[in-house]
Design a protein around this ligand. Sequence first.
Ligand code: NCD
Length: 353
Amino acid sequence: MRHLIDPTDLSVEETGQLLNLAIDIINNRQAYAHVCDGKKLATLFYEPSTRTRLSFTAAMMELGGNVLGFSDARTSSVSKGETVADTVRVVSSFADIIAMRHFKEGAPNVAAQYSRIPIINAGDGGHSHPTQTLTDLLSILRELGHLDNLTIGLCGDLKYGRTVHSLIKAMKRYDGTRFVLISPDELRLPDYIKNILPSNFIEVNTLEEALPMLDVLYMTRVQQERFANQDDYERLKDSFILDAKKMTLAPEHMIVLHPLPRVNEISTDVDEDPRAAYFRQVGNGKFVRMALIYTLLGKTEEQPKRLRVLSPTTRRCTNDRCITLSEPVVKQSYTDEDGVERCAYCDHCLRKD
Ligand code: NCD
């Protein structure tokens, strides 16, 4: 059984096969209309979502399968205090595959430990969002024709933007990727992601500086729901706004991606620009999720071990949003290249004591 918790759970080769399958599905929709007949997808969404949940639902329906689940944890037994571990043990009896979105970071990791069916991480707090990354990769491939030798500008909330974290993990595996980071100081990448960036990344202060050198501009929303202090959100929310005037500085071939929803960060006067690929991107999300569901349901081999060495720990995670603070799981850690001990669930550092 295979899960998708982190984008690197799929090797580069497997990722390529999955993207090719998605393209084949796009070109031969009818051929895939019944490949999941009789199968059930459970969507367990503990956090709001429009696109991701609906695209999982549409994906399973287009494969011939059925969908059950909840989109509001208040209407499930979670409101009675049920753990993630127990919920997935129960749902494993009703469905064939689970897509889970959770506000706690590392929750899908816990789910994978207790589930008897494949788990897909549909976004865990500010940590990761691997199926958005597959959507982004398919979009880049369809728009530009290749995934190597690209300069990608990541703009906005790089601290809490889980789509950015997963995209960096996936894209750094292709030759010649160069990252350009554009964010307010307070919303820079968390250190566990910054540590894995290839050494040739650059940080700039304005979109104007970044635009002329980019093949892909990845805009993100400032993640209001992750801010402890709403005044900080108000101060930072409009730090970078892409508009038609700034687009005149971008190369002809550059594409603009955005996982959506957009708030203010892309002015609507960009929408008609042929380089604005974000609404085409959203359509790719359904096809890549069809490819993923179909692939995971067919995979019988064991989940490959991540390369890092894990050890049990009794130390607490420093991340208030980590699932290990609320769920009775075996705490595990790994040591990064700088010798920092990190939580195996959410990647934040552990307390020193
Ligand atoms: C993103 C998410 O949920 O992280 N949305 C999505 O899945 N398409 C981005 C966001 O909410 O800003």
